[in-house]
Design a protein around this ligand. Structure first.
Ligand code: NAI
Length: 453
């Protein structure tokens, strides 16, 4: 029986291992983490992350061939294949601060593997890491090896939060990079056999280590670039009277462009896009490629511009100040079907409004009040107005908003600012709202109150 251990029970480690366990009943999978509260939550009825379909998968195999534990060393020592899925945030201090990936967690995981291993191991990079990380990991492991043979593989994860289970069940592709030696190829084959339980062979791509590592950064950079491209167009649409939804539809029909990831919005968020592009920028700079670095940096600059453009639009529409005005924020996570608030554009929007002394009420069915407080506490502003957070009740999730009632209770003029282009703007205008939809022709009111970018 093959034994798998995954270090890191987060958004990637938890769902990925649960799917391997459910698809491979003959493999024992143990997910380990240094965080006891996280492991306790994985072993409880209230899992630490929300992901559609995750509960069912975990319930089907937890206690059978899927286990969650804080006994990191024991399970690492027993495993044949070790996935490392620890967090790799942007460095906040020291060399490369603000850009480079912080590999502290990775390094300590690697040192621990070297310390406790007594048999040969396949070590799989599941975390997103800078290209060439495998070389550093190899050094740590082999210099402390006591004669043990390690094979490092890069197997980056392409799941998206909100659709993780669907993505894992039916991945567009699984990517495995390894050393081009007989031992390397054997290790690639062993991991391929795990995925082959449910992924068609033609969807399992094998490459050299560096291609696999770089492909993950490249994929995120390309995806984020599409969002920044359409968001840049949205500003031009507002200035010219074009409609960004019509433009997206028209260009997406071109099979060379395709329709996905072309919705204008208040900007991308989540723990990966910004972090991975910054990392890519840093790698380019370190390799003496400043032009390439600047090209990708622009994707982040447009994202920041889009967030501040949105805040400016809100403030300028309401007579250039929101001081003392009541603003309800619907949705706080970085997208639907997740409770993850890492790098959510809502943080910047709320901070912008709070900076102008608005009275902000925030509601998201998947995000706790504590989390919102924590996210907004990490701020540069000294705001002196308390936030009013609505209690989150699951029953409210499916409740339809009664816009007529909301309108009747609001001060006039009443505004709706749609950062995702999800409301029916025409219907709301019939009720009497002034509506701003990103990248769409502006109401007369908004035209008369140009946003100062
Ligand atoms: P996370 O922060 O949710 O989970 C990481 C976990 O690792 C934490 O629970 C932490 O306690 C644990 N950990 C850290 N050091 C440890 C150690 N030495 N021993 C044991 N446990 C340790 O992070 P998430 O979102 O799961 O991301 C993990 C990696 O996957 C990152 O590199 C990320 O870029 C990548 N990734 C994330 C995706 C996402 O949508 N969140 C998608 C694809 C890749």
């Amino acid at each position: 029986m093959v034994k798998i251990c995954c270090i890191g029970a987060g958004y990637v480690g938890g769902p990925t291992m649960a799917v391997i366990a459910v698809k491979c009943p003959a493999i024992e999978v143990v997910v380990v983490d240094i965080s006891k509260p996280r492991i306790d939550a994985w072993n409880s009825d209230k899992l630490p992350i929300y992901e559609p379909g995750l509960d069912e998968v975990v319930k089907a195999c937890r206690g059978r061939n899927l286990f969650f534990s804080t006994d990191v060393e024991k399970h690492v020592a027993e495993a044949d294949i070790i996935f490392v899925s620890v967090n790799t945030p942007t460095k906040t201090r020291g060399l490369g601060a603000g850009k480079a990936a912080d590999l502290t967690y990775w390094e300590s995981a690697a040192r621990m593997i070297a310390d406790v291993s007594k048999s040969d191991k396949i070590v799989v990079e599941k975390s997103t890491v800078p290209v060439k990380t495998a070389e550093a990991i190899e050094k740590i492991l082999t210099h402390n090896s006591k004669g043990i043979n390690y094979q490092i593989l890069s197997n980056p994860e392409f799941l998206a939060e909100g659709t993780a289970i669907e993505d894992l069940f039916k991945p567009d592709r699984v990517l495995i990079g390894g050393r081009e030696t007989p031992e390397g190829r054997k290790a690639v084959q062993a991991l391929k056999e795990v995925y082959a339980h449910w992924v068609p062979e033609e969807n399992i791509i094998t490459t050299n280590l560096w291609s696999a590592e770089l492909s993950k950064l490249a994929a995120n950079a390309f995806l984020a670039q599409r969002i920044s491209s359409v968001n840049a167009m949205s500003a031009l649409c507002e200035a010219t009277g074009a409609n960004v939804s019509e433009v997206s539809y028209a260009i997406g029909k071109d099979s060379r462009i395709g329709p996905k990831f072309l919705n204008a919005s208040v900007g991308f968020g989540g723990s990966c896009f910004q972090k991975d592009i910054l990392n890519l920028v840093y790698i380019c700079e370190c390799n003496g490629l400043p032009e390439v670095a600047n090209y990708w940096k622009q994707v982040i600059k447009i994202n920041d511009y889009q967030k501040s453009r949105f805040v400016n639009r809100v403030v300028s529409s309401m007579f250039n100040t929101v001081s003392g005005k009541k603003v309800a924020i619907l949705g706080f996570a970085f997208k639907k079907d997740t409770g993850d608030t890492r790098e959510t554009p809502a943080i910047d929007v709320c901070k912008g409004l709070l900076g102008d002394k608005a009275h902000v009420s925030i509601y998201d069915p998947e995000v706790t009040e504590d989390q919102i407080q924590r996210d907004l506490a990490m701020n540069k502003f000294d705001w002196d107005h308390p936030m009013h957070l609505q209690p989150t009740s699951p029953s409210a999730i499916k409740q339809e908003l009664d816009y007529q009632k909301i309108f009747d209770n609001m001060q006039k003029p009443a505004f709706v600012f749609d950062g995702r282009n999800v409301v029916d703007a025409e219907k709301l205008r019939e009720i009497g709202f002034i509506v701003y939809s990103i990248g769409k022709p502006l109401d007369g009111w908004l035209k008369d109150m140009p946003a100062i970018a």
